[in-house]
Write a protein that binds this ligand. Sequence first.
Ligand SMILES: [Zn+2]
Ligand SMILES: [Zn+2]
Length: 366
Amino acid sequence: MNTTKAAVITSPGNLEILELEMPTLQDGGVLLQVLLTEVCGTDVHLLKGHLPEAPYPLIPGHFAVGRVLETRGEVCDVDGKPIECGEIVTFLDVYGTCGQCWFCQVAHASTKCPNRRVYGITFGLRDGIHGAWSELMYLKPGTRIIPLRGISPETFMGGGCGLVTALHAVERAGVQLADSVVVQGSGPVGVNAALLARMKGAAEVILIGAPQSRLEVGLQFGADHVVDVNTTTPDERVALVRELTEGRGADVVIEATGNPNAIPEGLMMVRDAGVYVVAGQYTDAGDTVINPHQLLNKKHVDVRAVWGIDYSHLHRAIRLMKHRGSEIKWESLISQTYPLSQARTAIEDVSSGRVMKAALAPVQLE
Ligand SMILES: [Zn+2]
Ligand SMILES: [Zn+2]
């Protein structure tokens, strides 16, 4: 029987490298050798215990690139082409969306399907080796697997969860040609949201965040203006956005901060009858106060939120990387690649904002 080394969050605050036994593959299952994965903001929350329903102990890692070592029976991609042993692939982290329930069938909101599970987040160790911070990973039958023909592991992971989440947020925002767009937050989601808003035809993109090193990346990824939250007050930032948008405020504001106080500030930045998209409040970071007359009713504003992703977002992100990856350097978003043994350091570096993105390479190839 195979064994694998994996980084396991045994309980909030505790991360250990454990040697685990791999189960036998079921029909339709895939054994993946993980080549590259990442520390997403969600993993920071998992270690800190901010996701109350997380099934500890668990192996984090919901976005990854790996080599197919073994398949049991025929496993196909979305076009019906068989996945071959040795192929470099990624997978949709969302598993088990049923297509049968009220949310799937009536609301057409599959990210709220109660049967939906997520590799590395809602699968625990008791379910299996279902996180990517591991040399080997077991993908269950029915997992959507995507060959990365022509996309390097570094390009894919440079985009990673942030690109796919940003794609969903920008889709929800309905950015139109010549729009002015504000993005609050300069982490991987914010920087990719700035990029995608520009690709969708925004005439002007304003990126608000910190530290300066992340804002500089934002400028390379399509932001026209960057604003450092460490050297400005909320009133100054709102005034600046209005100054840049003929006094009206931005057509679209996308929030990707994780800070509840960004919400009233962002609502002050959006123009009357504009669109405000909340993507960054993935964990419960507390309350904020808004004046609903001033910021909602009187503004006639359209507020939309984003929960999770579905296969379409990953599929589109991969097409973008395949066709635009030579001009857009997603791989440059990876600040540093860590071995599995330094997973805790990688989490700390993401948490402190020292790095834009930390990649993890569970298998050290020579
Ligand atoms: Zn469902
Ligand atoms: Zn993520």
